[in-house]
Design a protein around this ligand. Structure first.
Ligand code: SF4
Length: 66
């Protein structure tokens, strides 16, 4: 099973909490002010990190679909 992650880029404000929680999945490129999803379907071993990122996102921009 993999995790399905969706980021609403219209909501993202670049706080980078998600990058701190799950750097394997989220990054903010130097020239950008919003997040970039590195993998849309990270493996199960990253689920808890991605769930933490979703909870820690002040903009509620991260959704986990399964
Ligand atoms: S924590 Fe939320 S608002 Fe901040 S960069 Fe990540 S997705 Fe964007």
């Amino acid at each position: 099973m993999a995790v399905k992650v969706v980021v609403d880029l219209d909501k993202c404000l670049g706080y980078a909490n998600c990058v701190a929680d799950a750097p394997e999945v989220f990054e903010i490129p130097e020239e950008a002010l919003i997040v970039r999803l590195l993998q849309e379907n990270p493996g199960e071993e990253l689920r808890s990190a991605v769930e933490a990122a979703a909870l820690d996102c002040p903009a509620r921009a991260i959704t986990i679909l399964d």
